[in-house]
Design a binder for this molecule. Structure first.
Ligand code: SAM
Length: 267
């Protein structure tokens, strides 16, 4: 039986995919780019030759050490900072402040912590401009799904609050060494938070979405009842949002959730 690689280490070995990932980030010449999980440097190499400044965050001690050696002033590289750290503890806001500009983020993510990384990026969205990320295909499909589609759910609704996401291309397991058990998809996420436009407040609205999607088989109304809202309050909110009584959360676009929330919470 194949053993699972430690720290989600499936290294990309498809040169064309590397070029497509870097190209999808846009012009990097005067930009600070953060690479999550540079590993053995497959994407790092292509980024280093294009970016104004590259911050490469790698948790694995040995890999980080090798990268520090390879991308060093002694080797003629002065625009790369290798940081040995858990990306979940990296302070994107401080890095953006130091750079004097919002960051571009890129990475073939370690799949065992994909969701925590995506939620961390969302939480730091005001310091970010754009991300190009490789994740398990099923996760990318959920992140980028439109309401009403099979893959749309809490992850889609929550992450899209921070800006639009689109799938770019998919790679088979053989594009990596060792090959993972799944296909992988690269998606691009542009950070343009929508809270002000929707008239909602970030933290309470995200908690509300969790209540809305709590049980997939139930109607939205039943989920809201379970969360403590009265039938009368729900009916009033549905009328003002022009939402049908039997609707399920999966069918609703985000502006409808916002309209329901505004009536339920603000009356
Ligand atoms: N970018 C390389 C490539 O495409 O070949 C490696 C990608 S590999 C899927 C994920 C990388 O993330 C590994 O190098 C792994 O050591 C690193 N990693 C795992 N957990 C991490 C964490 N919490 N913080 C930072 N890096 C992490």
């Amino acid at each position: 039986m194949p053993t699972k690689p430690k720290l989600g280490q499936n290294f990309l070995r498809d040169p064309q995919a590397i070029q497509r990932i870097v190209a999808a980030l846009g012009n990097l010449s005067s930009r600070t780019v953060v690479e999550i999980g540079p590993g053995k440097g497959a994407i790092t190499e292509a980024l280093a030759s294009r970016a104004g400044h590259l911050i490469a965050i790698e948790l694995d001690r040995e890999l980080a050490w090798n990268l520090q050696e390879r991308f060093s002033p002694e080797k003629g590289v002065s625009n790369v900072s290798v940081v040995r750290k858990d990306v979940l503890e990296f302070d994107f806001a401080a890095a953006a402040k130091e750079a004097g500009q919002p960051l571009l983020v890129v990475g073939n993510l370690p799949y065992y912590i994909t969701s925590p990384i995506l939620l961390r990026l969302a939480a730091q969205a005001s310091s970010l401009e754009r991300a190009v990320l490789m994740v398990q295909r099923e996760v990318a499909d959920r992140v980028t799904a439109d309401h009403g589609s099979r893959d749309y759910g809490l992850l889609s609704a929550t992450l899209q609050l921070y800006g639009p996401a689109e799938n770019l291309f998919t790679l088979p397991p053989e594009a990596f060494a060792p090959p993972p058990e799944v296909h992988s998809t690269v998606f691009r996420w542009s950070f343009v938070p929508t809270f002000a436009q929707l008239g909602v407040t970030e933290a309470p609205f995200i908690s509300f979405l969790k209540q809305c999607f709590a049980q997939k088989r139930k109607t939205l109304s039943n989920n809201l009842r379970a969360a403590g809202f009265t039938a009368d309050a729900i009916a009033k909110a549905y009328t003002s949002a022009e939402v049908p009584a039997q609707v399920r959360a999966e069918a609703l676009p985000i502006d409808k959730f916002a309209a329901i929330w505004r009536t339920l919470v603000e009356g």
